[in-house]
Write a protein that binds this ligand. Sequence first.
Ligand code: NAD
Length: 311
Amino acid sequence: MQWVGLPPLAAAVSNAGGLGILTALTQPNPEALRQAIRETRKLTSKNFGVNITLLPTINPPDYEGYAKVAIEEGVRIFETAGNSPGKLIKYFKDNGCIVIHKCTTIRHAKSAQRLGVDVLSIDGFECAGHPGEEDIGGLVLLARAAQELQIPYISSGGIADGRGLAASLALGAAGANMGTRFMCTVEAPIHQNIKEKIVASTEQDTVHIFRTLHNTARVFKNKVSTEVVSIERRPGGAKFEDVRELVSGARGKKVYETGDPDYGIWSAGVSVGLIKDIPTCEELLKRIEKEAEEVIDGLAKLKVPNEKAKL
Ligand code: NAD
């Protein structure tokens, strides 16, 4: 949700009954995050969280600075993702915060559990952005979470509707995390063309870049991502410097500003194939809840023939 997790969307998600999340690195520096938190508070009286993602970046961010400012501003729910968040987790827990850590393997989930996180966000291979390097789909990953984890977990990756939520609950999750689906809402602060592009796309419209650099990222399939993949496949492979200009986040940001889907790299999950409209966050969450209840009720009815068979 880099460049998308901004105050209007985080507030709209929280106002609709979800937990909106500001993405810290979308802000150029910690003081800008402070202003974004204040702006969000003006838009919602509900809780919201801040995400801090630790992955390779062109310019190293001041992670501790972002964390400190958010705590000073009274944020008490954090989502961490990416590499070794140990230091940050300790800092958040020392300050009485709830920490949700996103991970793509059970090994990492167990290690985060040992470090004291409160909730795990179990991120299947369907997800937008960085799915890790192990390629484990959500179905197995969530079922493995049910076998192995002692703390609550939510599903992440591939969730965009009530069926996805019901499936997540069936797999032991306490809820679901959605990114791509929220990009395609009225309140998402991105160009209308990009929302319409998502609606028009199918589940075959994402691609992995950075596979050969061991920093795999699922992004929308467009001119730039196709070029990056072909550079990576050249004999002898590619170094980050060979694709740096093409993949820079600053260039990706322009996609959302100008509405040109081919301008740069932008994250998108396989769930683009499930997205058929651009509702408000409130319409979306109400619909997902209703659909999930219908699916669960439908499944409950399946028990009846078995009960009769026993008689
Ligand atoms: P950026 O402009 O610094 O980098 C652009 C892309 O190149 C990012 O995907 C980054 O991970 C990758 N990258 C940078 N240096 C690299 C290196 N030396 N080797 C391999 N890959 C390298 O990043 P940005 O777009 O400003 O985003 C800021 C941070 O947020 C990055 O760490 C990015 O990965 C992360 N992010 C995470 C997700 C997610 O799925 N959790 C989605 C979007 C962005």
